[in-house]
Design a protein around this ligand. Sequence first.
Ligand code: NDP
Length: 455
Amino acid sequence: MGIATINPATGETLQTFEALTDAGTETKLALADSCFVQYRNTPMPERSQWLMKAADILEGDRVRFGEMMTLEMGKTLKSAIAEVEKCALVCRYYAERAAEFLADVPAQTDASQSFVRYQPLGVILAVMPWNFPFWQVFRFAAPALMAGNVGLLKHSSNVPQCALAIEEIFQKAGFPDGAFQTLLVGADKVASIIADDRVKAATLTGSEPAGMSLAAAAGKQIKKVVLELGGSDPFIVLESADLDAAVSTAVTARLLNNGQSCIAAKRFIVVDAIADSFEKRLVEKFEAMKIGDPMDKDTDLGPLATPSILKDLDWQVQESVNVGAKLLTGGKPLSDRKGNFYLPTILTDIPAGSPAEAEEFFGPVALLFRVKDIDAAIKLANATPFGLGASAWTNVEAERDRLINEIEAGAVFINGMVKSDPRLPFGGIKRSGYGRELGIQGIHEFVNIKTVWVR
Ligand code: NDP
């Protein structure tokens, strides 16, 4: 696929972009490298002021940036605007807290003075996905820039306007030339960029194959990588749960971002005692969703980002049904309009070995499992190669403690949906990746944690 803006709601190609030549990439790498030499010494209050300005620019132009995202990848405009606002929040969070997070940490040893100092690494490559085209980038960039690193962004090929707009935001905010640059290049260029001596580390959010490929290329050069990959997050509902709240949250947690979120609830694991009621209400709510033009403020569900996501998702659904899964609602693309629209879908009676049992579904498809009790719920929740987030619903304290302790995931949310928050670390275990973004842990990923010992 070339680098282009293709409206997912109509299929129309709106703009195509020339990929950067190798010489163009070299110019940007050289600029990033020379920028770092100066930038690493800029005083923290100055970086902070620039990041605050970036937050102001984001908020001031939230509608334009929101429309850009909706046009390029199909999320509803209201959610796109909320995403821009969240980016402003993460900028302000790190602008205010970075000095504290990166302050020297004294240690009592046999030295007259010993402490830990956090220093920037240099040029960091960020390979980013289209599903949250602004948020995924800002949650990397805000801590990285505050720590004194410089950023190179290789964004998904279907969101080039977003990629260029983000570069411009940092420029306008006052960051020096080269502190944050976008490289309009295809995925085939990533390995050579990470191999370049001037690039010190990388972060990738996206699919497992992309993560494996980047980690392998970085591994050859002994360079650090943070990976935020897929998930098949469980949403467990036990008998004591507030069912109204659980069902409404289940709908939001599954259909958020037209179903294309790594931390979307994907497997709904419900105990038998309440399963009939949960299922009935979930089906009703899925069928009440308003599908349509994502620019329209009344739309709940827009199109999938690309025709291939739609095709892959439909294949997973059909294949699961072919081997015995029961379709409760949906199960096909919308046939009466152009664009990558897929009906909100629920599958149950999911057989072992089917795609619905084993794979991530990146679209508006809920997978409903019935279990006997909490033991079976936890066992099923953990029976996946992924381990990103988990949402669990109960009002029994002992059950809550078991869920927190026994679920294999980077995050457990009790009586709420999994979401990212600048104040809390975010990331996965198992095949969902490694490393953390956000919080104090996020800003410590791309620093040299230097031990200092003075006699
Ligand atoms: P990809 O993982 O292919 O794309 C994400 C980013 O990685 C893009 O910038 C892409 O560039 C780049 N990339 C792709 N292949 C490589 C590679 N071999 N080496 C280095 N970089 C690479 O996601 P897709 O857009 O193809 O989506 C496919 C699936 O990925 C989804 O169905 C979903 O399961 C998962 N996904 C998960 C996300 C998450 O939030 N965890 C986000 C997006 C996708 P380019 O666009 O140029 O190919």
